[in-house]
Ligand binder design. Sequence first.
Ligand SMILES: [Zn+2]
Length: 607
Amino acid sequence: MRTGVDRHYRGEIRDLQWLPPQVAKPAPADLSLPAMAASALNYLRGNPDPVRNYECKFSLGPLGIPAQVPLLPSNKYGFDPIALGDTDCRMDWQYPHMRAMAGEPQADAVEIGVRRRIQSYRHADGLLWMNPAAWAGTLDSPSVRAGIKHEWVSTWASGKWLISLAEEYERSRDTHLAQEARWIFQALAKLLSWDGPRAYLPYGVAPWRNGEWLHMRDSDKDRGWGGEHSHNYPFIVEPLTRYWECCGDADALVVARAVADGHLAGVQPDMDELRIDPVTGAFCKHVHLHTHEVWGVAHLGVVTGDARYLDWAERAYRFVLSQGTDFGWYPEYIPQHAYRTEICVVGDMTSIAACLARGGRPEYWDHVDRTVRNELRRSQFSRTPAFVALFRQIHQDKSRAAVDHALTELRKLEGGFVAQATFNDWVGYPDNPKLGTPGLYANGIQMMGCCPPEGMRGLWEAWQGIVEVHPAGVFVNLPFSRDHAAAQVTAFRPVDGGFMVEAKQGGDYFLRPPAWADRVAVNLRRGDKLVATVWGGPADAYLLCRAVRPGERLMLHWPVPQFTQVFAAQSVPGRNQSVTVKWLGNEVLSVEPRGQYLPMFGNPANA
Ligand SMILES: [Zn+2]
């Protein structure tokens, strides 16, 4: 029998029961996005080092003493040089977002310090120049070893800076910011190559300097991530689209379309198996370098209404989803040697899903819900009792004072995101060589600095999506609590099935139950009165309430499916690990195989 569940969750669905909604006395959900954002701010303020002019930390391994051991050797540009132009630019985006969510209007000295550092990368051409360690990834290639001695233009960093400036302009309306943003846009556009009407960057994210690209030759392709990244997608469509959205520069939208058309037509050379198959959405290798650009194409599809962009992005998204799970865990690599995620991918997938939902495919709001509610929530780092116990146990050979000091220092990393969890364990590298060995990959918990701010972007996407005001009315897309200017939303516990909306603004309201909800059993109350259900909005996915007055209270309820899902994980060829997930609606209760060290699901001590 069609249940409404097996269309939305892969694999085999067992022991399905529908629980009636708790209509009489629903309790508020314990998931608080503002609390997660407040914690994230702690990390954003704890990561940069004021003594090193707010240099950010990339190479973080919280089970090691010390927790930071630079992956590439320190040089005259930085102690942990991979952070330059990557970790810092990603963090710069998220300070204002996390402050907005947590209700903190003012930038603090750390945020200002990171911003000044990024401004110091700017050269007269408007672009950001820095040591290119983040894009080299290795010193194993002669061309990289020579190039890494200098500063180069990073299109990746410059694109991120373009978004930061554009969003700052949107908040402040300071015209200088719009001028500077246009300056960067024009400088980036000059680096594009053209194939008729289509544009591309010839070497993906490779740095550029005086007419040369720091790219790996074909023979170097397997050397570190730089070998791959210079044959992978660049990060350009989202910066141009977001710049257009905030600053209204129509020229940028023209160029964004030209680059996106280039992706759809596959004009960037030498991509081989990294190129996204336009029919199936499939590709190989590092996932984030793909999804970061796919996000922009999806966003462009929303703002232009051009379904070709949404379709292309949806196919790539679906391919990554097929290699991942339904609870927000997506693989770092396809194929990969072991089941590990990367939070950068999780952030990208959240953004792509939000774009697909906004592009008229609202069932993707459930993907945003599941990814944020499960993978992001359970990956946010804090010194849980289980973590502290493991930390003390593996450092038994050290003095109590040294261990206490290290644990105190780790407070600065709370609110960041564990980067590479397995299906159900923060510890992704248990024997490399053994837990507690200092080093990004050696200590056991990989927490590379790119990932925490990208996890924060996932939180921000969800936050932005909860309530949206459109010409047709007020849309409530997600069952997360938010006090929004148009409406206050109170989400109920997953077992209670529903949410309450207190209207602050008059007009038509559109309330979305999860896509798996049985439409006949969904019910809506206005005040205390049960009202007839009328469906409307995109894909008829919303309950429509007409002419709501400010102060009116709407309650949406749905029966909640409780079930067990069993599927074979795809991303490690030949292994086909069987994964068993117990669900309550969109919330994960437990995941098997359960981690041996710091399980994320089904373990209250580490929750
Ligand atoms: Zn990352």
